[in-house]
Design a protein. Structure first.
Length: 228
């Protein structure tokens, strides 16, 4: 694996995995949970071709057949076929590596680092990479959840609006400060993540980049006639 794929070990910080609750203006409560890369659950690919690190999923601890949404980081050594996930929509972001190309149902799509690419998990998909790579995967089960993925460069402080669902921020490079309305903040490095619940916006600062993933659950209407 090349130097760009190597992440130096560092001591775990006191904020690891501990939700921080802040009451903002208007009585809105925001919960931030910091998930360091060292904490992510390591799992083999379903097709046996590589390793993935689960960042977050819902319901928590669900397997590959039972999640509503799932965010993970995969290490890719060589190209090859992707596992199929019927009924699942996917977005992939190349984090480390020169480029990636996915051939989806016979059509080839090539993209570079930090360029989100969305496709259906049901599709016949084959991957090509220039060399050892690492990518971010966002999967949502159709009819249960949907997600948007936007790449944000920190730089000068920039607001991140919050919606009614879960907001997950995954570090892609450098150091990023994620601040709440009361001024408290957490620092994330590449491959760390923060899960935010609440309606109050956050602010990004620092010198890195993050993937901002907004997940919305699909609320099904009950059939009053059938009682379901």
């Amino acid at each position: 694996m090349d130097a760009s794929m190597t992440r130096a070990w560092r001591p775990r910080r006191r904020d690891v995995g501990t939700p921080r609750r802040t009451v903002c203006g208007g009585g809105q409560t925001v919960t931030l949970q910091v998930l360091r890369f060292e904490q992510h659950r390591r799992m083999p690919w379903r097709n046996g071709g590589g390793v993935t690190y689960e960042v977050a999923s819902s319901p928590a601890g669900s397997d590959l057949a039972g999640f509503d949404w799932r965010i993970s980081i995969a290490e890719v050594q060589d190209g090859g076929p992707f596992s199929t996930f019927p009924g699942v929509d996917r977005t992939i972001v190349l984090v480390d590596g020169e480029w990636m190309a996915l051939t989806v149902d016979g059509r080839r799509h090539r993209f570079g680092r930090r360029e989100p690419f969305s496709f259906a998990g049901d599709s016949d998909t084959t991957c090509e990479v220039a060399g050892p790579s690492r990518d971010l995967n966002v999967m949502t089960r159709r009819g249960r959840a949907g997600a948007s993925v936007v790449i944000r460069e920190a730089g000068a402080p920039r607001p991140v609006p919050a919606g009614a669902g879960a907001l997950v921020l995954v570090g892609l490079s450098g150091e990023v400060a994620i601040a709440q309305a009361d001024g408290t903040e957490v620092q994330v490095s590449a491959l760390d993540a923060v899960v935010s619940t609440g309606l109050a916006p956050l602010t990004l600062g620092g010198d890195g980049a993050v993937a901002v993933i907004e997940v919305a659950l699909v609320h099904r209407r009950r059939d009053s006639a059938s009682g379901r």
